[in-house]
Design a protein around this ligand. Structure first.
Ligand code: ZN
Length: 339
């Protein structure tokens, strides 16, 4: 119900041209958008598993709106403008996290048709593999489990999940992912092994739902690079940096950068922190990024970037499946998210 009220509210906000007013009132800045997946228009976009997806049609409408009210620029241009402090209008930067194959299949055609560039941050360990993100594994296994009771035994923790309805599967997924994000990376494989043992006979994610879960291969990454897209790093295994020792974190950062450079034959200058919250990375990680030659890094801290911003803590606005076009307009024009 709250969602419906929100949608109606944003619809009227849009009709009343309030979004334009907010945009006009704002100081010029750089709005960086985070996408993850663009899926076919026929995809079950309302499902929880699709919370970070937009359909191809939604993506096209969003890009067209941005083109009307913002100048869409590359992340490299944005970094250079922020450094100079020379912003004369509203700019937008399109970014994609993780490295899903649907970026190539459904986002790239729209970007090419609309003649705009984007940065794609890759989890390099998954490129060209039949595997998917550990966070996706957890949600997928809990949502597709044939058994309605799951018991997980860890050295210092026990989980008992009853997966009777969709709500309980969502709760279990949120709880388990949050627990793992707060603990050391050693628990992760243990949890995945126990879950896989208990869910019954189901297809793995990339076979069960390829449009949602499959990853790019290097051929596709090269084609995106050739089409003028920027390719950035997003670690090798998508482990949160705070889950890792300094040595492990350095390995994750340097490996993802090296693999991209080796495959594309050019420098990889930009990085996106997995999860990207304020506490998911620290000064040491920023020092590693600088030492490795990165020029900027994006977070998931919401907001608009102004001159003087720390280029290794750039803010972004996450685009989810809940954003109707009026909600999207309100977010990117600052009428809703004023942080
Ligand atoms: Zn990610």
């Amino acid at each position: 119900m709250r969602n419906l009220i929100k949608k109606v509210y944003f619809y009227f906000l849009d009709r009343a041209l309030i979004n334009k007013f907010f945009l006009w009132r704002q100081e010029p800045g750089v709005t960086i958008l985070t996408y993850h997946s663009v899926v076919p228009d026929s995809a079950p976009i309302q499902k929880y598993e699709y919370r970070n997806c937009v359909t191809q049609q939604q993506f096209l409408e969003q890009i067209r709106f941005l083109k009307r009210y913002f100048k869409i620029i590359s992340l490299e241009e944005a970094v250079s403008l922020l450094k100079k402090g020379d912003l004369k209008q509203h700019y937008a930067v399109i970014t994609f996290d993780d490295g899903y194959k649907n970026n190539y299949l459904y986002a790239l055609p729209v970007l090419k048709e609309e003649k705009v560039s984007a940065t794609f941050f890759l989890t390099t360990g998954l490129i060209g593999s039949n595997d998917c993100l550990w966070t996706d594994w957890i949600t997928y296994l809990l949502f597709h489990s044939k058994n309605s009771v799951i018991e997980l035994n860890l050295p210092d923790h026990h989980f008992h999940f009853e997966l009777a309805c969709e709500e309980s599967r969502i709760r279990a997924s949120v709880m388990l992912r949050s627990f793992l994000k707060m603990s050391q990376s050693g628990n992760l494989q243990n949890v995945l092994d126990q879950l896989k043992d208990q869910v019954g006979d189901i297809l793995p994610p990339v076979q069960g739902d390829p449009d949602r879960y499959s990853f790019l291969d290097w051929q596709e990454v090269k084609a995106m690079n050739d089409a003028g897209m920027d390719i950035g790093a997003h670690t090798h295994n998508h482990l949160l940096l705070r889950m890792l020792s300094d040595e492990q974190a350095y390995f994750e950062l340097s490996t993802s950068k090296k693999l991209i450079e080796k495959n594309l034959g050019k420098s990889c200058l930009h990085f996106a922190y997995p999860n990207g919250g304020r506490n998911d990375f620290n000064e040491k990680h920023i020092a590693f990024l600088k030492e490795l030659g990165f020029k900027a890094a994006v977070t998931q801290i919401p907001g608009i970037n102004r001159p003087g911003m720390d280029l290794f803590r750039l803010k972004r606005i996450n685009i989810s499946n809940k954003m109707t076009l009026p909600v999207f307009k309100a977010y990117v024009s600052g009428a809703y998210n004023k942080k």
